[in-house]
Design a protein around this ligand. Structure first.
Ligand SMILES: Cc1ncc(COP(=O)(O)O)c(C=O)c1O
Length: 390
């Protein structure tokens, strides 16, 4: 038909050469997804079953990232979410209902704990927090209504490595599902499904993104029945993700192996060095014996990441711990981790009876890609500054 130029702005007959091939996944941005005819219209969410139906369920860019994460983790399917925390809340919403009971480690990521307190309790789900080192002893906490056992290994900040296979064996004997926050291992340093986990989630924000410039999460399931439950819940919760962010994450994946390797080497060297410092009481790095659950890291993991914590000796005041963090020049102060910049954050567990007695003396470090000797020099200078003030 003859078209006015205004119409041509929308419906063009312009053609470009075909056959382009590049190395990167194209960024497909879309809310509307086109159907071939009226009868083909569907609002079903599973693009693997019905084809692309709506932007909410993922354009090819989002699906590519999902497929890559799924392949790396060896799962059945992966769903991408707008961040790690939304992956956490979506798992809870998908698998828990009023009257169910969930077990969570005391060392669980803080906002996950808050979601349990603020949202799950409100909807009638019972929660029990357990010692992350409980292992098979978790059996004593399982009730007939226990639906889900959450694991996070190593735990947030206090870094306890869990005996996930022992927990999974007990959970399955009682028909409970095991979920693992597998962010620290970037989904590759710990083979969750081979160790009995049913559902994994990751904050792709960390090592997959790798450059502190995006937020994304993933949920991967082992079993097709679990996939139905996650996907159908995502549809109604409406957690849409940005294809632009997914394309950055896909780029991050390409360099993740070399980043992880360099970061692992540097972090271990720094952790060893810190372990020999008189100011430091304990280094909570899973690859060191001083880390609770180190034996499970040695047995189950194929490597270590760059996030670990140090605990200062008893005499260190909160002001001195803060002065240490503030004296660092290369380590920046900020949340999140897994990027190329080293970070330091002081935490305070004073008043917590359910966490180890590190009080205000704990600092979490994220090791980035700066030169290791420079980072050690920076830490050494900061320690000297604080030691001089004692
Ligand atoms: C272990 C762990 N899980 C989940 C999250 C949440 O990820 P996001 O920041 O992408 O929401 C974080 C973030 O720090 C984390 O450390």
């Amino acid at each position: 038909m003859q078209k006015h130029w205004k119409t041509r702005l929308i419906h063009t007959d312009a053609r470009i050469p075909e056959g382009f091939r590049g190395l990167n996944v194209a960024v497909h941005r879309a809310s509307t997804t086109l159907f071939s005819d009226a009868a083909a219209v569907t609002d079903q969410w599973d693009v693997h079953e019905v084809g692309y139906s709506y932007g909410l369920y993922g354009t090819p860019t989002v699906q590519e990232l999902a497929a890559r994460i799924c392949e790396l983790e060896g799962g059945h399917r992966t769903l991408i979410t707008p961040g790690g925390q939304s992956a956490i809340s979506l798992v809870q919403l998908a698998f828990l209902k009023a009257g169910d009971h969930v077990l969570m480690p005391e060392s669980v990521y803080g906002p996950n704990r808050s979601f349990a307190h603020r949202v799950l309790r409100k909807f009638g789900v019972e929660i029990t927090f357990y010692d992350p080192l409980i292992g098979a002893g978790i059996e004593s906490l399982i009730r007939p209504i226990t639906k889900l056992i959450w694991c996070e290994s190593p735990g947030s900040i206090t870094m306890e490595v869990q005996d996930v296979p022992a927990i999974a064996a007990v959970a399955h004997a009682h028909h409970a599902l095991v979920v693992l926050d597998n962010t620290w291992s970037a989904g590759v340093l710990f083979d969750a499904f081979a160790h009995g986990v049913d559902i994994t989630m990751q904050a792709l924000t960390k090592y997959v993104g790798g450059h502190s410039d995006l937020l994304l999460g993933s949920i991967t399931v082992k079993d097709p029945k679990l996939w139905e439950q996650v996907g159908a819940t995502q549809q109604v919760v409406g957690l849409a993700v940005s294809p632009d962010d997914c394309s950055l994450a896909l780029r991050g994946l390409k360099t993740m192996a070399v980043r992880l390797q360099a970061i692992e080497q540097s972090a271990r060297q720094i952790a060893d060095w810190l372990g020999g410092r008189p100011e430091v009481e304990r280094v909570l790095h899973p690859a060191l014996e001083s880390c609770p659950g180190h034996q499970f890291w040695g047995r189950d993991f194929s490597g270590s990441a760059g996030v670990f914590s140090i605990v200062f000796r008893q005499e260190f005041t909160k002001e001195q711990v803060h002065a240490f963090v503030n004296s660092l020049e290369l380590f920046e102060i900020g949340y999140s981790w897994g990027g190329v910049t080293s970070l330091a954050v002081a935490y305070d567990f004073a008043g917590w009876t359910s966490r180890p007695g590190y009080g205000h003396r704990i600092v979490r470090l994220n090791i980035g890609l700066e030169d290791t000797a420079d980072l050690i020099a920076d830490l050494g200078n900061a320690l000297a500054t604080v030691a001089a003030s004692i």
